[in-house]
Design a protein around this ligand. Structure first.
Ligand SMILES: Nc1nonc1C(=O)N[C@@H]1CC[C@H](O)C1
Length: 244
């Protein structure tokens, strides 16, 4: 059984739009993953379907109420499946590829609580949430994009979702490095030529060139991630040649 996602949001259409296209649409059709989207307003009890209210203590904006979220989580969990309940917020652990791989490996269903407004009543964090995740140090209008980023980056790791499983093995962060440069036809465009080695058909030389480019690019742009990279002795030689 593959990983599954439940999503609590006041904007279900955001998910239907993104998950209704391309690779993820096909993956859902092939049941390589499962995503259920719940409209938080369906778990309110008043005729206005209220999900937010004014903040105690005053201040700008509105705060998401705990009762609808509690009702939604309680109803979703009634199927008895074990879930990791994740709240998306800028105060969470910064998301990365290692977390994507870990969540996939755990295969535990993930329930996303997507915030809106100024934020969510703190008692949700205290009594319902297992983990808080942020996709970066910036503030969005809602947590929906964060949930989609996590779903997308995990789904593409599921065998059979991408056409070519090889691409996962050699991409940014899988080596623990930034990606190498990619080229396709034409071989020359406005005087810019494709590196000869890529036209040589020599797979060993092409691999070495790509590895060198990935190391060089990582050194230039993100030297801090080198310390966690899975470097071979040959890589160490390249680093020395690159002056490190
Ligand atoms: N960065 C992030 N990573 O995950 N979520 C966010 C994020 O900005 N959330 C918004 C904050 C207020 C609003 O409720 C939703």
């Amino acid at each position: 059984m593959n990983i599954g996602f439940d999503i609590i949001t006041i904007f279900p259409g955001i998910f239907h739009a993104y998950l209704g296209e391309s690779i993820l649409k096909k993956a859902l059709q092939k049941k390589l993953l499962d995503v259920k989207v719940y409209n938080l307003r369906d778990f309110t009890t008043d005729r206005h379907k209220t999900v937010d209210d004014y903040p105690y203590g005053g201040g700008p904006g509105m705060v998401m109420k705990i009762e609808p979220i509690y009702n939604a989580v309680h109803a979703i969990k009634a199927d008895g499946l074990e879930r990791q309940i994740v709240m998306l917020s800028p105060q969470g652990k910064i998301y990365n590829q290692a977390m994507a791989e870990e969540m996939l490996k755990e295969k535990r269903r993930v329930l996303f609580i997507c915030g809106r407004y100024e934020g969510i009543d703190e008692r949700v964090r205290e009594s319902i949430v297992d983990e808080e995740i942020s996709i970066g140090d910036y503030v969005m209008t809602g947590g929906e994009l964060a949930a989609l980023v996590i779903i997308d980056s995990i789904a593409r790791l599921i065998p059979g979702v991408l056409g070519d499983e090889e691409s996962i093995k050699e991409e940014s962060f899988t080596w623990g490095l930034l990606d190498y440069p990619h080229y396709t036809r034409p071989p020359e465009f406005m005087g810019m030529k494709v590196p000869d080695v890529l036209l040589s058909g020599n797979h060993r030389e092409i691999y070495k060139w790509r590895r060198r480019q990935a190391i060089r690019r990582t050194l230039e742009r993100r030297p801090e991630i080198l310390k966690n990279a899975k470097l071979t002795d040959e890589d160490i030689e390249i680093l020395k040649e690159e002056g490190l």
